[in-house]
Design a protein. Structure first.
Ligand code: PGA
Length: 252
């Protein structure tokens, strides 16, 4: 019922040339994959070049890694929604823990960014997740609950994909156990259902945090895991293609 969704978050990696050579190899590698929505999120500088390469590939969409919540104006260094759609984006990642940590994106800012993105028709990958300290002190569900309440305040569910990314699992090689992942995903879906009712059953909830070609299969077997947001393992074209094609590899 929920189509699998796998996104590459390149973070602050790859020049324009590197993005072009990755995508020129990647597009034919995943050509036959029809049962997965594939999204690539390069840095801003590579969006336009990336867009011209993936244009012909019906199964791949382009995402930005962030957005500013103003339409236009004197905001040095910021990128507007129109600039993103103009560059070929249909998605934007909002609320990534690295944005929250290094760029002071609060829940309120995240909420404004999502509203702006949606106003311009951009789909949103909305990231939430707890720190190690929060997990160890039993606060995981409280954190997820308040990030959802604040981040999605007054926002309809259409066009939103949620990414659960336990901060302690990002870039650390530590993946959440299947039980931890399923438990958090189930909780997120219940929380969304308490706000949006039955439509929460249709929303895709991605897992993020040290996803690799080796652990994607078991993660995808969790009932409420509908896809993945992949950082480190998305930088290598063969590794990311292996993640996207996890079902085919399963049959081998
Ligand atoms: P990682 O990053 O796969 O390198 O852990 C995931 C993310 O931050 O989206």
């Amino acid at each position: 019922m929920r189509k699998v969704f796998i996104a590459a978050n390149w973070k602050m990696n790859k020049t324009i040339g590197e993005a072009q050579s990755f995508l020129s190899e990647f597009v034919p590698l995943v050509h036959g994959v029809r049962d997965v929505d594939i999204v690539i999120a390069p840095p801003f500088t590579s969006l336009h070049a990336a867009s011209s390469i993936i244009k012909g590939a019906a199964n791949i969409q382009l995402s930005a890694q962030d957005i500013f919540y103003k339409d236009e104006g004197a905001y040095t260094g910021a990128i507007s929604p129109v600039m993103l759609t103009d560059a070929g984006c249909t998605f934007v990642i909002i609320g990534h823990s690295e944005r929250r940590q290094y760029f002071s994106d609060t829940d309120e800012v995240v909420n404004k960014k999502i509203k702006t993105a949606r106003r311009y028709g951009l789909n949103v990958i909305f990231c939430i997740g707890e720190s190690l300290k929060e997990r160890e002190t039993g606060k995981t569900k409280d954190v997820l609950s308040s990030e959802i309440d604040e981040g999605l305040k007054d926002i309809p569910l259409e066009g939103i994909v949620v990414a659960y990314e336990p901060i302690w699992a990002i870039g650390t090689g530590k993946t959440a156990t299947l039980e931890q992942a399923q438990d958090a995903h189930r909780y997120i879906r219940e929380k969304l259902a308490s706000i949006y009712g039955n439509r929460a059953r249709e929303i895709r909830i991605l897992y993020g945090g040290s996803v690799t070609p080796d652990n994607i299969n078991s993660l995808m077997n969790c009932k409420d895991v509908d896809g993945a947001l992949v950082g480190g393992s998305s930088l290598d074209v063969n590794r990311f293609a292996d993640i996207v094609k996890y079902r085919e590899r399963q049959k081998d």
